[in-house]
Write a protein that binds this ligand. Structure first.
Ligand code: ARG
Length: 615
């Protein structure tokens, strides 16, 4: 089997072999069309290849299906296939095939998800906020989605490089430095090569930036001073560099706090735009040599392939500006230099850019220009991973009541505050229900740390809400929805995990007391439909992980986790664990609980959500 852990892929390979064996080499390109069965009654998967194949060979699909069944060697994994309707093959996975995969997962839960394939070097460019600006909800999305994708790819065995492409370069620094010189010269006093910016917070910088922008637009003297400051900064003027470093450090500290709160992987490496400064000239030269640069209105631009400046170009997409008419470089120039660095120095085979969908055109143009000028080897895959907007509950742009952009730190703190209130309210309810004496008798060791719990629940809720929806769509930010205890939310998943882990622990402990048995391999029995359905879903983890590796849609993992907890509930309702009719069955069911708990924990860990054994 090419890939025995991923049952769907295994079936695809087996069906493709059958097609080739029966109809010849020229049919190798036929899609075996293996999909999960639409109804449990049809089995676990179906193969719909007979229809399209029938058309191609000019035979009734049912006859084709009969021949495929005869030729397919599926017995290792499936019961004998059934032919249904016009020629669907219904495939039922054998109990022992599921059991053997679960046995592997029981020994090592990660194994069920881990493929044996060649590791790729993958750069994930995510988070990427801007210096002297507040991180906003868009950066939250990028951070949470990028972090989850990086974890998943790493779990798949790839070598992942996490890069934070911080916006730390450009004309805004000229304005800021000029403005600071005017209004807060003392703040520019330097220690260790960086301005101290004493007494200034990040929000001061943000408002300075706004005021500086205003001055820039209104005042010509300020404008030329700002331009001169940018040129000086780029030429390495010590005073400008020190001011710039100070600004970067201030922002960096603020970003760091958010990353810590969010639990972002610490290997996320800051490699801002300034890092690529030295490569800009070279990249322009290479574009020029490749003949893709055109001078248009004093700027040097790359037109879309085939298009040229002139009347009809107006209708098409705009050109990519690489050098402005004043000789300045652009966001896109930096990205072109970054592509070169990632492909040649980092030796990346795949580069992912996690940003809002508003940058789709930018990346399409940058990738196209890089390809045309052969800045990267053809085999390197450049992928924009776009996401939609975060909207307020009114469906408009997400703003505070006073109309300001929402500060990420405030947003996260608010989620934690609401989670805490919820916890306290429920605790009070429970105590009231238990009566006054219960509170006195409560075991202090059983007391939960409400603050720690609220922070886990609140932060997880924000992250999970973002991850659980298809990233391509916009979503409405709602504390009530993301903190709900029911539905596909973090609180629901956290409680589900704690409950399953608790059931599993208790059952396990019970076994040890009653019969300290030898730790032989557990035989997993899947006699009831609920046990079988749970087992099948557990085994499907590999399929989901493989799919996300390619389509980079983490919500599939949330759907999987939510469905898993549902399948577990159905199993637990109809299959007594402790009260199982035999010791053997009890062992098997405990094993199912264990694999479920481990799988859920693994999936949540990929999403960057911690689990708690007790809530
Ligand atoms: N700093 C940019 C922003 O805030 C995102 C950068 C994304 N990465 C890149 N290589 N362009 O929108």
């Amino acid at each position: 089997a090419a890939d025995a852990r991923n049952v769907k892929v295994w079936l695809e390979v087996a069906m493709r072999r059958a097609i080739v064996a029966e109809f010849g080499e020229e049919y190798r390109d036929v899609d075996p069309l293996v999909t999960p069965a639409t109804k449990a009654a049809f089995g676990d998967y179906q193969c719909n290849a007979a229809m399209s194949l029938g058309k191609r060979v000019g035979k009734p699909p049912r006859d084709v299906a009969v021949r495929l069944v005869a030729a397919a060697q599926l017995a290792d994994v499936c019961e004998a296939p059934e032919i249904a309707g016009p020629g669907f093959l219904n495939l039922r996975v054998r109990e022992d095939a599921l059991a053997s995969r679960l046995a592997v997962a029981l020994a090592d839960p990660v194994r069920l998800a881990l493929p044996l394939k060649r590791a790729q070097r993958i750069v994930v460019d995510y988070s990427s906020p801007n210096i002297a600006k507040e991180m906003h909800v868009g950066h939250l999305r990028s951070t949470v989605i990028g972090d989850a994708l990086a974890r998943l790819l790493e779990l798949q065995g790839h070598l992942v490089v996490r890069l934070n492409h911080v916006g730390d370069w450009g004309t805004q620094f000229g304005m800021l430095i000029t403005y600071l010189r005017e209004v807060a010269p003392a703040a520019l006093e330097t220690t260790g090569g960086a301005a101290r910016l004493d007494g200034l917070g990040i929000s001061d910088l943000v408002s300075f930036y706004k005021q500086a922008k205003k001055r820039f637009d209104e005042d010509e003297v300020f404008q030329s001073a700002s331009r001169a400051a940018v040129v000086a900064l780029q030429a390495g003027d010590p005073a400008c560099l020190a001011a710039w470093r100070g600004l970067c450090e201030k922002s960096r500290a603020e970003f760091g706090l958010i990353y810590q709160t969010l639990g972002v992987d610490e290997r996320l490496t800051e490699r801002g735009e300034s890092f690529y400064n030295g490569g800009l000239e070279e990249v322009v030269r290479r574009l020029d040599e490749a003949g893709v640069l055109v001078t248009s209105e004093g700027a040097r631009v790359v037109f879309p392939e085939g298009a040229q400046p002139g009347a009809d170009a107006q209708a098409g997409p705009p050109p990519l500006i690489v050098v402005k008419s004043d000789g300045g470089y652009m966001y896109s120039t930096t990205d072109l230099a970054a592509i070169v660095h990632r492909a040649t120095e980092e030796k990346a085979e795949r580069v992912l850019y996690v940003t809002d969908a508003g940058q789709s055109l930018h990346f399409a143009q940058v990738f196209a220009a890089a390809r045309r000028a052969h800045l990267v080897p053809d085999g390197v895959s450049l992928e924009h991973v776009p996401f939609g907007l975060v909207l307020g509950e009114d469906g408009k742009k997400f703003k505070t009541r006073s109309g300001d952009t929402v500060r990420l730190a405030d947003l996260l703190a608010e989620a934690v505050r609401i989670a805490r209130d919820d916890l306290l309210a429920r605790q009070a309810e429970r105590q009231a229900a238990a009566g006054p004496s219960a509170a006195d008798n409560a075991d202090p060791a059983e007391q939960i740390d409400v603050d720690a719990l609220a922070s886990t629940i609140g932060i997880s809720a924000v992250k999970y809400a973002d991850l659980s929806l298809n990233r391509n769509s916009n979503y409405k930010f709602s504390y009530a929805k993301m903190l709900a205890l029911t539905g596909n939310t973090a609180p629901y998943m956290l409680y589900a995990y704690a409950r399953i882990a608790g059931i599993q622990r208790k059952a396990r402990a019970g076994t040890r007391e009653s019969a300290p048995r030898a730790t032989g391999a557990v035989r997993i029995l899947l006699g009831t439909p609920e046990e079988k359905a749970l087992a099948m879903h557990l085994v499907r983890l590999a399929e989901v992980v493989d799919q996300v590796e390619h389509d980079l849609l983490p919500h599939r993992l949330c759907d999987y986790a939510f469905e898993l907890s549902g399948k577990f509930n159905q199993f637990y309702e109809s299959c007594p664990v402790n009260g199982a009719p035999s010791a053997e069955l009890r062992e098997s069911r405990i094993a199912l609980c264990t694999v479920t708990a481990h799988t859920l924990r693994l999936v949540l860990a990929i999403l960057g959500i911690p689990t708690l054994d007790k809530l």
